[in-house]
Ligand binder design. Structure first.
Ligand code: FAD
Length: 806
């Protein structure tokens, strides 16, 4: 066993083997994998081995599609048979709602790069003769699906890595992890110590225990899962070919061929978390759990109805095994904040679909400093302290039980709520707010009419929120609205080196004292890393604000850039509430409520001032995402309730009205304002999305400067545009294809109805070749049909920005 190495990968399941292989593939060969028993000794050995590329997150889909291509690659390199059955897979729809969603998905696959096609019930029956299609409306076929041998694929990955220089130590237990002062690690095993630069937690079922060795809380929960293997089925034996992988989304089940019978897996409604405190070290290798027939009986019966010949074939074997879920079912990958050189690669719920994709992203992160593209949906830093043990269990169960649930974009899942509430939550509740969580915090989405139930009907089309949101938008545009935006992230950055630090971290010019500037952050590659707002509170003190759900993501980045500078970074998000007012009446309101002058000379657009509002000591920023005259007030949370009441009281004569995030998004869309995770992600550069107007290319140095200069002068392939869509009942949500005549021209990043301009609006990236001469010939696929669209030359509302500067 080596005593020194660059990376120790802990765990030899499908994920650990894939990480080992990808580290070598990307050029790091001085790497080892330590496995306490044999390869596959955790969840991996008893998996059904099914894989598919389709996922509700297109970025995850892309990585899954990549991962599938790796199996053949490692089979060729290693000579180890991976047992690949590329049968194709069919998702079936047995309700009109599901059929609509499946057709929508199909349209969006064009954007993601999945080559799927729709099938009629007759075509499904031909490909899978054992299915009862009497109630099936249709299906979606993807040829890039099938199943793999868990043993063969894990061994092929590990062997290919070994052939490139990696080493694998079996029957070697990692017992402890010691972090050294230089950031490197001592990995303590039962066979001796290994000194290394980096460790990767790929310990699957034991990832929580390996996390604890380094003081890291890993928010995952193992869940029990069953599949059955049947005896021979005549139709299968006689079938000319192999059955595709079948997913009955409404039945929450999957099926694939296994010899002359089938394997049927079910996601039952009464799920069972396993070993909630910790995973026993003596579990694994060939252990299985006792089947819980009572719990899965209903789900199995549904399976037998969908595939009637299973009932006669008899159950040859029942497998019940545990595998891990993060609260939202996505993997937890990346560097863990506060623990240098400790990498997470666990919570991989679908290891055979996702193993190589997450391994590629993680290896790029370790070797190149950043993964390619946007992997936030899998970033371990998407969770914060709110993802406690109990939260993880409750959300894990919710995800398991709704594994294939028809998910509408306006769905807010109910488990573990309310978790965190803002200081004005009770006031918002009294006003009949409909809430949605952001980083665990209940935020007001919209306000249902008094006397009606505060819930939103899940839908891909305009929901019951449409009317009330319209009223909220009009109240802001015509008078004054008030919104609790406490979810905004607030960072205070100060200290003797604060100016040079900020100047390097942000690509924009720093604001003068008392002023505010948009603050894009770039990666060394010149792609976007953040879309923050920077306020200068003192010569060496800044307040930086941004999307609240990115707190850990931002803080990790801020801390990584410190390089010994004398700078203090405080995340004040939970300590400070934020209440905003917006609309032409907002100045009059503030002039009555605040302790100082708020006229345009005293408080111009994009300025920040400390002032009392009622009894509350506030930092007031004059800006608003609504595109109206507006103010954001940051205040210690203890004052927020009083501040909110006071603003309502003073604003009463001005007709003040609460509004929520849905209205904010609609108002911002009318101004063509983009948001992070949609228009702005690491996929895009400043020139592509229009951030170049805030980049100070003349600055001596900032992260990504060299690449940004190249980007500025390069020919653009895509450009962010605003579209007006001719649609009367539905709006785009994101990832819908944009067509120019019949050519694929780009895709939507987000959409909303603009209640002031009375138009369905969207933002999206369009290939520049189509922008010059093609207007009048665009269409966008919204829900179930292509709808005509035009690209506008600027924002639909107040393109000159006179309102917000007024
Ligand atoms: C019944 C069932 C069916 C499934 N079907 C599918 C399917 O069809 N398709 C699909 O994609 N996924 C499926 N899964 C999920 C799949 O099994 C997991 O996603 C995958 O196995 C996770 O792999 P892993 O490498 O992260 O973890 P694991 O397989 O749990 O591997 C972790 C490894 O780390 C080792 N280890 C832990 N701690 C230490 C330590 N301290 N020192 C040394 N070694 C350590 C363990 O011994 C183990 O070998 C199924 C799961 C179950 C239970």
């Amino acid at each position: 066993m080596k005593e020194h190495t660059r990376v120790v990968v802990i765990g030899g399941g499908i994920v650990g083997a894939a990480v080992l292989y990808h580290l070598t593939k990307l050029g790091w060969s001085d790497v080892v994998l330590v496995e306490r028993k044999q390869l596959t000794a955790g969840s991996t050995w008893h998996a059904a081995g099914a894989f598919h590329a389709m996922n509700s997150d297109p970025n995850v889909s892309r990585l899954q599609a990549y991962g599938i291509s790796v199996y053949k690659e490692v089979e060729e390199i290693s000579g180890q048979d991976v047992g690949m059955h590329l049968t194709g897979g069919i998702n079936i729809a047995a309700t009109p709602e599901r059929w609509e969603v499946i057709r929508y998905e199909h349209a969006r696959h064009r954007v993601i790069g999945i080559d799927s096609h729709l099938l009629s019930p007759e075509e499904i029956k031909k490909l899978c003769p054992i299915i009862d299609t009497s109630d099936v409306i249709g299906g979606l076929f993807d040829g890039n699906e099938g199943n793999i041998d868990p043993y063969g694929s894990t061994h092929a990955l590990a062997k290919a890595a070994r052939m490139a220089g990696a080493e694998v130590y079996l029957k070697t237990m990692v017992e402890d992890l010691v972090h050294k002062s230089d950031g490197s690690w001592t990995v303590v095993t039962d066979k001796g110590n290994i000194q290394c630069e980096h460790i990767v937690n790929c310990a699957g079922l034991w990832a929580r225990e390996v996390g604890r060795m380094a003081g890291v809380h890993v928010p995952i929960i193992p869940m029990e899962h069953h599949y059955i293997l049947t005896g021979d089925i005549d139709e299968v034996k006689d079938f000319d070919g192999e059955l595709p992988m079948m997913i009955d989304l409404d039945g929450e089940m999957y099926l694939r061929q296994e010899q002359n019978g089938v394997l049927l897996g079910v996601y039952e409604k009464n799920s069972t978390p396993w070993s909630v405190e910790s995973t026993p070290w003596d579990y694994g290798e060939s252990d299985l759990l006792e089947p819980r027939m009572d719990d899965i009986e209903d789900a199995l019966m549904q399976g037998f109805e969908r595939f009637p010949s299973l009932a006669d074939a008899g159950i040859r074997r029942i497998v019940n095994g545990p595998f891990t879920f993060a609260p939202d079912g996505n993997p937890l990958i990346g560097p863990v904040r506060g623990v240098q050189n400790y990498w997470s690669c666990c919570g991989v719920m679908a290891g055979f679909s996702q193993g190589s994709g997450v391994a590629l992203a993680l290896s790029q992160w370790m070797i190149d400093g950043e993964p390619e593209g946007d992997v936030f949906a899998m970033d371990v830093n998407r969770f914060g302290a709110y993802a406690t043990r109990k939260y993880t269990i409750v959300k894990g169960m919710e995800f398991y039980e709704n594994r294939f649930k028809l998910l509408c974009p306006n769905d807010e899942w109910p488990a573990a709520r309310p978790n965190k509430v803002s200081a004005v939550h009770d006031r918002l509740q009294q006003a009949n707010a409909v809430f949605g969580p952001s980083f665990g915090l209940e935020t007001p989405l919209w306000f249902a009419p008094q006397g009606s139930e505060a819930t939103e009907t899940p839908s891909f089309r305009r929901s019951n929120a449409h009317g009330p949101v319209g009223e909220e938008c009009r109240a802001v545009r015509d008078g004054v609205g008030i919104i609790d935006v406490s979810s905004i992230a607030k960072y205070e950055i100060s200290g003797p080196d604060a100016v040079s630090y900020m100047d390097y971290v942000f690509a924009s010019r720093l604001p003068e004292l008392g002023r505010i500037r948009m603050g894009p952050m770039l990666l060394p590659s010149g792609h976007l890393k953040g879309d923050l707002t920077v306020m200068r509170l003192a010569a060496d003190k800044f307040m930086v604000t941004g999307s609240g759900y990115l707190q850990e993501f931002h803080m990790l980045w801020f801390e990584q850039q410190l390089a010994g500078m004398n700078v203090r970074i405080d995340n004040r998000t939970e300590e400070l509430s934020a209440i905003a007012i917006a609309g032409p009446g907002s100045r009059e309101l503030l002039s009555k409520a605040a302790s100082g002058d708020v006229d345009n000379d005293s408080m111009p657009f994009m300025s920040a001032h400390s002032m009392d509002v009622g009894f509350a000591p506030c930092l007031i920023a004059r800006l608003s995402f609504t595109g109206e005259l507006g103010y954001e007030m940051y205040v210690p949370a203890a004052y927020a309730g009083m501040l909110y009441d006071y603003l309502l009281e003073v604003g009463d004569s001005l007709g003040i009205r609460p509004f929520g995030i849905r209205a904010l998004v609609s108002l911002g869309m009318e101004k063509s304002f983009g948001i992070w995770s949609r228009e702005y992600t690491p996929e895009y550069t400043p020139a592509m999305c229009g951030f170049d107007r805030w980049v100070d290319y003349g600055k001596a140095d900032f992260i990504g400067r060299d690449a940004a200069l190249v980007d500025r002068d390069a020919e653009l392939e895509h450009k962010l545009v605003t579209l007006e869509i001719d649609s009367t009942d539905a709006d785009a949500w994101g990832y819908e294809p944009i067509w120019c005549k019949d050519e694929y021209a780009g895709f939507v990043t987000s959409g909303a109805y603009g209640h002031t301009v009375e138009k369905s609006l969207a933002l999206g990236y369009v290939k520049t070749q189509y922008l010059e001469s093609s207007n009048g010939e665009f269409s966008v696929h919204v829900v179930d049909e292509r709808r005509p669209a035009v690209i506008t030359s600027g924002a639909s509302y107040d393109p000159s920005g006179s309102q917000m500067r007024s």
